[in-house]
Design a protein around this ligand. Structure first.
Ligand code: FES
Ligand code: FES
Length: 154
């Protein structure tokens, strides 16, 4: 077992994990953050994306011990049903949420875009969103939602 400490959604955790445990397993199975979804398990679909020190990472491709001393954000940290984060609200307002499976990852990637591009272009948005596979084809609605939030914060 390996002892790690990490911070998830603003709270510190100290855990003993197996050397072969992935970050997605730590987040879902040990800490209960079920918004983190598994798709391909091999770094292709992006459904497992979380923010690690503010940057999107595929949590199926990061070992748990690599998150030692890191700050992890999952969508649970943004808002809840009664108090939606502006990105969550925009996603719902434009009808981007279809089956919902990719939405936690898409929202975290959107957060990253908005925090790093004051006025994101369509190319910026498409460049980052390419990392999330939305089988429902909501990409144009994701773009619309991100654009709308970018206009609110200007
Ligand atoms: S589940 Fe991680 S990239 Fe597909
Ligand atoms: S909303 Fe269904 S996979 Fe994206």
């Amino acid at each position: 077992m390996i002892n790690i400490s990490l911070r998830v959604n603003g709270r510190n955790y100290e855990l003993n994990i197996e050397g072969n445990e992935r970050l997605i397993d730590v987040l879902r199975d040990r800490l209960g953050f079920k918004s983190v979804k598994e798709g391909c398990g091999s770094g292709d679909c992006g459904l497992c994306i979380v923010l690690m020190n503010g940057k999107p990472v595929h949590s199926c491709m990061v070992m748990g011990f690599q998150a030692r001393e890191k700050e992890i954000t999952t969508v649970e940290h943004l808002g809840d049903e009664d108090n939606l984060h502006p990105i969550q609200k925009a996603f719902t307002d434009v009808g981007a949420v279809q089956c919902g499976y990719c939405i936690p990852a898409a929202i975290l990637v959107s957060k990253h875009i908005l925090e790093n591009h004051e006025n994101p272009t369509q190319n910026d948005i498409r460049w980052f969103l390419r990392s999330v596979l939305c089988r429902c084809g909501s990409y144009l609605r994701f773009e619309k939602a991100i654009y709308e939030v970018s206009q609110q914060v200007r």
